[in-house]
Design a protein. Structure first.
Length: 422
């Protein structure tokens, strides 16, 4: 990296730190625009629906497209298969010629999590070096967004196509900060498609030095009561995990917590808990009254047979048992909630869909599966539909990435086109 570019990146970070959290992105994009002599620059963040981008702007004047809150404006750009969607899904910059200008859109990404796009309008066609500089600036912008969204609701507001109910707000806080994570040995992505009345689903994961922890849970009922039961379950699981407890200890502590503290008599939580040894691929799984996990291996989809356990909270003194699975390179482990399998969603051929989408990056696969559920049981679901997809590659250690993503693992244009036509 040239000294001049290092100076630009240093200036970006300083501008972000000096600005208020709600102005940090504008300060950074302004620094980028000055350095590149750009005519315009914007951050487009990924909408929580996974089906659009949102351009956030500060416009005192009334009117304009999209949603408004005070002087803040959110312009929604639905995915249409064009260069913006391609740049986000392919995790590579796109150069779009316009009327007297050239627009570069570059992914704003961290560890495979597609936060959004950096959009820059230039007076002249950029060469490869200029596009590469913009891509690196977009990667730096990802860290600015991650750091500053902890201090403001602006980004969260912009990502919400529709207002959240109280139960949805509680449920949102139970999900991990990033829905996608790439490591040397694995890639994972989760997704939650909420019901009209939130059904208490969650997914979670955490990385230790040589372990990947994961969980998918489903609290009984709907609405605020279900969200509060889910809070008890997830809070207990995290607490025991962070104290170094085993999967069995996590289940037994959560079982007691839900039984003792849930505000609804007879409340319970079904769950699949997992722990993958990243050095060996040994996967320990515990099923507490939940839909069995699925293993996609060598063109087949098989349920993972595990010891049976009661749901968490059903019987306070219950003991729990786990099972093991040896993951092989090329395996895909899929954990879903019953919203993917019951009621109208039963019309969905889930094993067939998993095989049809087997070559998509998990980030793309979970969204495609969510679309398939909505097509079969939507447009409004009776129950939350949640899934967690983990691809196992082996080879624990550093991963190879370009501007925040492992481009060797992204879904090809041909694979994505085949999915659209299927």
């Amino acid at each position: 990296m040239e000294d001049s570019e290092q100076a630009v990146l240093a200036g970006m970070l300083q501008a972000a730190e000096d600005a208020a959290p709600v102005q940090a992105v504008e300060a950074v994009t302004g620094a980028i625009a000055t350095a590149l002599d750009a005519r315009g620059v914007s951050l487009l963040i990924a909408d929580l629906s996974g089906r659009a981008l949102v351009r956030l702007t500060h416009q005192p004047a009334a009117g304009g497209p999209g949603r408004r809150q005070g002087e803040e404006s959110a312009e929604i750009l639905p995915f249409d298969g064009g260069p913006y969607e391609q740049a986000l899904r392919q995790q590579t910059p796109r150069v779009v010629p316009g009327d007297g200008t050239w627009t570069v859109v570059a992914p704003v990404t961290d560890r495979g999590e597609a936060i959004g796009l950096l959009e820059i309008d230039l007076p002249d066609e950029p060469d490869e070096d200029a596009v590469a500089r913009i891509a690196r600036a977009a990667h730096a912008l990802a860290f600015v967004v991650i750091a500053n969204r902890r201090h403001t609701d602006l980004f969260e507001w912009g990502q919400r196509t529709t207002p959240f109910s109280l139960s949805a707000e509680i449920q949102r806080r139970l999900l991990p900060a990033s829905f996608t994570c790439e490591g040397g040995a694995f890639t994972l992505s989760g997704w939650l498609e909420p019901a009209a009345s939130v059904g208490g689903d969650t997914f979670d994961y955490s990385l230790a030095r040589n372990l990947l922890h994961l969980s998918v849970t489903d609290a009984m009922g709907h609405g605020v009561a279900s969200a509060l039961t889910a809070t008890l379950g997830v809070g207990s699981l995290r607490n025991t995990r962070r104290r170094g407890g085993s999967l069995i200890a996590q289940a037994e502590e959560a079982n007691r917590a839900v039984a003792e503290h849930a505000n609804v008599r007879g409340a319970y939580v079904t769950a699949v808990l997992g722990r993958i040894d990243l050095t060996t691929g040994r996967c320990e799984l515990l099923n507490a009254g939940h839909v069995p996990p699925l293993l996609v291996r060598d063109g087949r989809v098989l349920p993972v047979e595990l010891p049976g356990n009661f749901p968490l909270g059903m019987f306070p003194g219950e003991s729990y048992r786990s099972g093991e699975l040896a993951l092989l390179p090329g395996d895909r482990l899929v954990v879903v909630t019953d919203g993917m399998r019951e009621r109208n969603a039963a019309d969905l051929d889930l094993p067939g869909e998993l095989l049809r989408l087997a070559h998509l990056h998990p980030r793309e696969a979970v969204r495609a599966l969510s679309d398939a559920v909505l097509a079969a049981a939507g447009p409004v679901l009776d129950d939350d539909a949640t899934l967690l997809v983990i691809d196992w590659y082996d080879g624990h250690g550093p991963r190879r990435s370009t501007s925040g993503a492992d481009t060797a693992r992204v879904s090809s244009d041909e694979e994505r086109s085949a999915h659209r036509l299927g």
